[in-house]
Design a protein around this ligand. Structure first.
Ligand SMILES: Nc1ncnc2c1ncn2[C@@H]1O[C@H](COP(=O)(O)OP(=O)(O)OP(=O)(O)O)[C@@H](O)[C@H]1O
Ligand SMILES: [Mg+2]
Length: 250
């Protein structure tokens, strides 16, 4: 299902609106307005934009959690397929606000996520391996209700990896974490790239994006304003490019 093409994700002129139901009439908000881009295999690509720019909408479309109005989205040359377990197995996803059953342990949670992609089987070994990777091995038998925000975020990353997907899609993976956790999560993402995985992440942190992304897509009000390669922000600070792009429409 992963195809021989070098492209991991392709958006082709994607439009997406949300309908907000009102008492007398509905209102439509356009979140994406003709978005086209490609992400190559083994790249780390950052989605960058102000609040409401459309980052989460793009991420949810990739994961098959939303349907688009028009255009096309492909993951490893497969069109979005909400019903296909094979499609979902390609992707590991960390949502903006991860939520877990509070009375479950970390290890049971990982076994549950593993079972979703394996037809109901659990895998203690794999669950422990990913808990170790995110630094939660010592807490594997603790209930999630006792976890801190940072620990929940690490658990969410572990859940995204337990079925060994080819594409990781992270919605603000380091938001609200301490500097050491941020560095550890950054290293996990760089390690994934070394293993040949593709990573797409959304972020508000310019310094974060500068450190790990091969390319950054700047989104503004549902449109792509700029796609920049790592080489192109070596001399010029990414923060300046970003602010010039979204504030002055450069
Ligand atoms: N469930 C929803 N119902 C209605 N409108 C929505 C919904 N989700 C998003 N939107 C709208 O779509 C637009 C894009 O939202 P989106 O969540 O994709 O932005 P974002 O870039 O992820 O923002 P943030 O940085 O705040 O997370 C916004 O105008 C938002 O109000
Ligand atoms: Mg968002």
């Amino acid at each position: 299902m992963t195809s021989n093409s070098s492209i991991a994700v392709k958006f082709d002129n994607v439009f997406k609106s949300y309908i907000i139901k009102g008492f007398l009439k509905n209102k439509t908000t356009r979140a994406l307005n003709g978005v086209s881009f490609k992400v190559h295999k083994k790249e780390i690509v950052g989605l960058f934009g102000l609040n409401g720019a459309g980052k989460t909408t793009i991420i949810k479309l990739i994961c098959g959690l939303l349907t688009l109005d028009s255009g096309a989205v492909e993951v490893f040359e497969n069109p979005i397929n909400l019903k296909s377990v094979e499609y979902k197995k390609l992707i590991g996803y960390v949502p903006e606000l991860p939520y877990f059953y509070p009375f479950s342990t970390a290890k049971d949670t990982l076994n549950f996520y593993y079972s979703l992609s394996s037809g109901g089987f659990k895998n203690n070994e794999k669950s422990e391996e990913v808990l170790n990777l995110v630094g939660l091995y010592d807490r594997k038998d603790d209930k999630i209700k006792n976890f801190s925000k940072g620990m929940m975020q690490r658990l969410a990353i572990a859940c995204s990896l337990v079925h060994d997907p080819e594409l990781l899609v992270y919605d603000e993976p380091t938001s609200g974490l301490d500097p050491i956790s941020i560095r550890e999560i950054r290293n996990i993402m760089l390690g994934l790239k070394e293993k040949g995985k593709t990573v797409i992440l959304s972020s508000h942190s310019v310094s974060e994006a500068e450190k790990i992304c091969d390319r950054v897509i700047i989104l503004h009000k549902g449109e792509i304003k700029k796609i920049i390669n790592k080489e192109d922000w070596a001399d010029c600070e990414l923060e300046k490019i970003f602010i010039d792009t979204v504030a002055y429409g450069d």
